[in-house]
Ligand binder design. Structure first.
Ligand code: NAD
Length: 530
C-alpha cells in the first residue's frame, strides 16, 4: 500500500518534528525515536527523545504563558475552543490520514476520534461558564455570612497519553484544562507523536497563545517522571501498571492526578435481547481499533436460551470482517499498533489454548496483510486460570461465556479487579438500566457497546477499581483542573463567644452556647422542611 497521501507526506511529518518543545541548547545531542507505520512496519519519521532539561524548559515556558492566558476573560478562552472545533472538522481528512498512518487503525475507527474531539470542544466551549463562574454558596449563618466559591486554574497541567487514540487522548482532556485557564504540557506516546504535534499547531491556529499547549516527545520512563515532578496536576491515561507508578510519584509531590487506566470489560446479553443488534454491538464493542480500545469488550456473558444462536451469529459475523492495510473508509479491521502488541496477543492466546480454550474463529496472525495484523478471534471454554480471563489483552480476542440468568451474568461481570466499561443487552430498557446500575464499572451502556456513554460528555466517564481515579467529561472533567477557593464575609456578629465589657467571660460564653444551640435546632428544622 502507499502510506502517503496528498495531505500527509514525509515532509509534513518532518515539519511537525520542529514543533517539539525543547530547551534551546544541544538540540543535536538528543537521540531520535523512530516512529513506524504499523500497516507496513516502515519508519515514517523520527522525533527527539527529550531530556529532563527539555521538560524543565517546557514547563517554565508554559508557566510564563499561563498567567496571561488565565487573565483573559472566559469568553476569549472559549472562543479558542470554538475555532478549534471548526478547524478539526475542516481538517478532518488530513487528521484521519495522520492517525491512520501513525496508529494502524482503520479510518472509520479513527473518525470516532474526530467525533470525540469536536464534541468535547463544543461542550466545554459552550458550557465552561456554568462550571467556572464564581458561585454563591450557603453561608454559615443565613443573611449574616456571604460565601462565594471561586475556581482558580491549577497552573501547569502535565498530560501523559497512550498510543491507541492519538488524537482524542492528545487533546480532548486538554480542552477543559485550557478553558479553565491552565497551560498544558503533553507527553504523547512514543509510537504516536505526530498527531499530538499537529494538534498543537491547530490549537495555535485557533488562537491559543504560544506555549499554553506544548508537546514534549520522549521516553515514558524519562520524560514522564520529569514532568510529574514539575507540574501542578497530572492527567494520565495508560496502563494500570504505569498508572500506579504515576500515582506514587504524584503522591510524593502532593500533586493531584487523574488516572484513566485499563479494563477487562464485560458485555451481558440477556435472552430477550434483539439478536442482530446484540451481535452487531459485540462486533463493534470487541473489534474497534482491533480491540485496542480501553473500553472494548473482552468478556461476553450470554444467557442460556440465546447462547447457541448468539455464538453462531457472532462467529459468522466476526469471520466476515475484512482486514486490510488501507486508508479508505471501507476497511473494517486494521492492524495492531506494534510488535509488542502482537506478542502480547499471541502470548495470551497460546496460554489460553494450552489450558483448554476453544478457538471458534480467528486465532492467527496475518503477516500477509501487514506485520502486526491479527484476526478477530472468538473463544469459548475460557477458565479463570488463563491469563486472558483476568488480564487486559488489549487486542481482538473475546471470550464468550454461557450463563444461567441475569444474576449470574452480573456476578461474573463484577468478578474483575477492573471496572471501566460494560454493557447490557435486553428488550426491556428499564430492567437493563437497573442491571447496569449493579455492574461495578464507571460507564455501562444499555443496548449500546460504548459510544452512547462515551459521547454523553455531560456525564462523567472513568474507571472504578484498578481502572483508575478521577473522571473525564461533565462537571468533574473540568473542575479537576481547578482549585476551589472559598471566600466568606461575616457581616454580623462573629461566630465566636462575644467579648462583652463588664460581663464575665463564662457567662457570655454560656449565653453564646445557649443561643447558638437554639440556632442550630432552627437550622436543622429549616433543612428538614426544605
Ligand atoms: P503505558 O502505560 O505503557 O503508556 C502510557 C503513557 O505513559 C505513554 O506516554 C508512556 O510513554 C508513558 N509512561 C511510561 N512509563 C512511564 C512512567 N514511568 N512515568 C510516566 N509516564 C510513563 O500504556 P500504553 O501501552 O501506551 O496504552 C495502553 C493502555 O492504556 C491500556 O492498558 C489501555 O486500557 C489504557 N488506556 C486507558 C484509557 C482510559 O481512558 N481509561 C484510554 C486509552 C488507553
Amino acid at each position: 500500500m502507499t502510506l502517503w497521501t496528498d495531505r500527509v507526506r514525509p515532509e509534513t511529518l518532518g515539519g511537525l518534528t520542529g514543533e517539539v518543545s525543547l530547551a534551546d541548547d544541544a538540540v543535536d545531542a538528543r537521540d531520535a525515536i523512530a516512529v513506524e507505520a504499523p500497516f507496513t512496519g516502515e519508519e515514517i519519521g523520527t522525533v527527539p527523545a527529550a531530556t529532563e532539561a527539555d521538560v524543565t524548559a517546557a514547563v517554565e515556558r508554559a508557566r510564563a504563558a499561563q498567567a496571561e492566558w488565565a487573565s483573559r476573560p472566559l469568553e476569549r478562552r472559549t472562543d479558542v475552543l470554538s475555532r478549534f472545533h471548526d478547524l478539526v472538522l475542516d481538517r478532518r481528512e488530513e487528521l484521519l490520514d495522520l492517525v491512520v498512518i501513525e496508529s494502524g487503525k482503520v479510518r472509520r475507527d479513527a473518525f470516532e476520534e474526530i467525533l470525540d474531539v469536536a464534541t468535547n470542544a463544543r461542550y466545554y466551549g459552550s458550557r465552561a461558564d456554568e462550571f467556572l463562574t464564581t458561585r454563591r454558596r450557603h453561608g454559615a449563618i443565613p443573611l449574616l455570612t456571604r460565601t462565594e466559591e471561586h475556581r482558580h486554574p491549577r497552573g501547569v497541567v502535565g498530560m501523559i497519553s497512550p498510543w491507541n487514540y492519538p488524537l482524542t487522548l492528545a487533546v480532548s482532556d486538554a480542552l477543559p484544562a485550557l478553558v479553565a485557564g491552565n497551560a498544558v504540557v503533553l507527553k504523547p506516546a512514543e509510537e504516536t507523536p505526530f498527531t499530538a504535534l499537529r494538534v498543537a499547531q491547530l490549537l495555535e491556529a485557533a488562537g491559543l497563545p504560544e506555549d499554553v499547549f506544548s508537546v514534549v516527545t520522549g521516553r515514558g520512563s524519562e520524560v514522564g517522571p520529569a514532568l510529574i515532578d514539575r507540574v501542578d496536576y497530572v492527567a494520565f491515561t495508560g496502563s494500570t501498571e504505569t498508572g500506579r507508578a504515576v500515582a506514587r510519584r504524584a503522591g510524593e509531590n502532593l500533586v493531584d492526578c487523574s488516572l484513566e487506566l485499563g479494563g477487562k470489560n464485560p458485555m451481558v446479553v440477556l435472552a430477550d435481547a434483539d439478536l442482530d443488534r446484540a451481535v452487531q454491538g459485540a462486533v463493534h464493542g470487541a473489534f474497534t481499533n482491533a480491540g485496542q480500545l480501553c473500553i472494548s469488550f473482552e468478556r461476553l456473558y450470554v444467557e442460556e436460551p440465546l447462547y447457541d444462536r448468539f455464538l453462531r451469529r457472532f462467529a459468522e459475523r466476526t469471520r466476515e470482517l475484512g482486514l486490510e492495510a488501507a486508508l479508505d473508509y471501507g476497511v473494517e479491521v486494521g492492524s495492531l499498533a506494534s510488535s509488542d502488541q502482537l506478542e502480547k496477543v499471541e502470548a495470551h492466546l497460546a496460554d489460553a489454548v494450552e489450558k483448554g480454550a476453544t478457538v471458534v474463529t480467528g486465532g492467527e496472525a496475518r503477516p500477509d496483510v501487514g506485520p502486526y495484523f491479527f484476526e478477530p478471534t472468538v473463544l469459548t471454554d475460557v477458565t479463570p486460570e488463563m491469563d486472558l480471563a483476568r488480564e487486559e489483552t488489549f487486542g481482538p480476542i473475546v471470550a464468550v461465556h454461557r450463563v444461567a440468568d441475569a444474576e449470574e451474568a452480573v456476578e461474573r461481570a463484577n468478578d474483575s479487579a477492573y471496572g471501566l466499561n460494560a454493557s447490557v443487552w435486553t428488550d426491556d430498557g428499564e430492567r437493563g438500566r437497573e442491571l447496569a446500575a449493579g455492574i461495578d464499572c464507571g460507564t455501562v451502556g444499555v443496548n449500546d457497546p460504548y459510544p452512547a456513554a462515551w459521547a454523553s460528555v455531560d456525564a462523567p466517564m472513568g474507571g472504578m477499581g484498578d481502572s483508575g481515579l478521577g473522571r473525564r467529561h461533565g462537571r468533574e472533567g473540568i473542575l479537576k483542573y481547578t482549585q476551589s477557593q472559598t471566600v466568606a464575609e461575616q457581616r454580623g456578629p462573629p461566630i465566636a463567644p462575644p467579648d462583652v465589657p463588664g460581663v464575665p467571660r463564662d457567662v457570655a460564653t454560656r449565653l453564646y452556647a445557649r443561643t447558638t444551640t437554639g440556632l442550630l435546632r432552627v437550622l436543622k428544622r429549616l433543612a428538614e422542611v426544605r
